[in-house]
Design a protein around this ligand. Structure first.
Ligand SMILES: C[S@@+](CC[C@H](N)C(=O)[O-])C[C@H]1O[C@@H](n2cnc3c(N)ncnc32)[C@H](O)[C@@H]1O
Length: 292
């Protein structure tokens, strides 16, 4: 059976779209559990799991604000269409110069619609902020970037998430993972997709060994069931932190291609791992490896 994966309107490097089917099959929660996602990024994982109750969190305030504005009804599919059609025309006329005008405007005013525009017009749908917390991704240079079909695609993505937000009890909060994990009860389910050590490009997104150890401790102390996405190995090396920090977990792996980096040669094939503190039942059992 082919799983249709819903793609959300905001993109991010490291987006887990391709892992969604495997994650969905492997979660362990019941209908009263709260889905807790401390590193929501694009939100693609939780939005596809569709739990009734959820807390989506991230340290990036612009992602959280975007979804809170949809929840409040200040951003609607109609408003997004009007905005992108108008800004798209100005971009077509002004090109690079107009992109950088919007980028400067966003860095002064933090309008979530400008954030959407920049995210969809910038280089490779990246989210990157400099040390002054200014968005600094360059222009993506796609001719007719906001052509009618592309705008419609984004509008449909907003419409889908807007329906979900009206159907379910979901909260969006800007806070660190420690605070988010401390909100979990024993019956809840925590899905974590932290930045990878040594790969961070963004000042909302720094990560080191100490953060990895703190995350492990917070998850174990929560007594909730948890799942963590990380990388297992690539062509050149393996992720030693799995054995160092996560050796009390079980592991599922899946090959998954990374779509970041402008040139093919920069796109490494990465084997992703899902680490859990419970045994995953069903079809995926044969993929379970205990790394102790
Ligand atoms: C790898 S991305 C998550 C991608 C997401 N799973 C997806 O598929 O789109 C990691 C996210 O963690 C956030 N983040 C980084 N450090 C954090 C921290 N200390 N607490 C909470 N969120 C953090 C970043 O802003 C980023 O959005």
């Amino acid at each position: 059976m082919k799983d249709t994966v819903y793609v959300p309107p905001i993109k991010i490097q490291g987006i887990k779209t391709k892992l969604v089917p495997l994650i969905k099959q492997s979660v362990a929660m019941n209908k009263n559990s709260v889905w807790i996602e401390p590193f929501m990024g694009s939100g693609v994982v939780g939005f596809n799991v569709e739990p009734h109750y959820a807390i989506f969190a991230d340290t990036n305030p612009h992602i959280i604000e975007f979804y809170n504005q949809i929840k409040k009804g200040n951003i609607t599919p109609y408003i997004v269409r009007e905005f992108l059609e108008c800004e798209g025309k100005l971009l077509e006329k002004g090109n690079d110069e107009y992109y950088y005008t919007v980028r400067t405007r966003f860095n002064q005013e933090h309008n979530p619609l400008d954030f959407l525009f920049l995210n969809r017009a910038c280089f490779n749908g990246m989210i990157r902020f400099n040390k002054n917390y200014d968005f600094n991704v360059p222009y993506g240079h796609k001719p007719k970037r906001f052509a009618k079909a592309y705008v419609t695609k984004i509008v449909n993505q907003v419409a889908h998430v807007s329906d979900l937000l009206h159907k379910y009890e979901w909260k969006f909060v800007c806070q660190s993972f420690e605070e988010t994990i401390s909100m979990a009860g024993e019956n809840d389910f925590i899905y974590c997709d932290p930045p990878y050590i040594g790969r961070h490009v963004d000042y909302y997104d720094s990560w080191d060994e100490q953060a990895e150890i703190t995350l492990h401790k917070a998850l174990v102390d929560s007594n909730a069931r948890f799942m963590l996405s990380t990388w297992n190995h690539n062509d050149y090396r393996q992720n030693d932190y799995i054995a160092m920090v996560w050796n009390d977990c079980q592991k599922i792996t899946q090959e998954h291609f990374y779509h970041i980096g402008a040139k093919e040669k920069n796109r490494n094939s990465v084997v992703e791992a899902l680490l859990t503190n419970y045994t995953v039942n069903g079809k995926q059992n044969e993929l379970l490896l205990n790394n102790k």
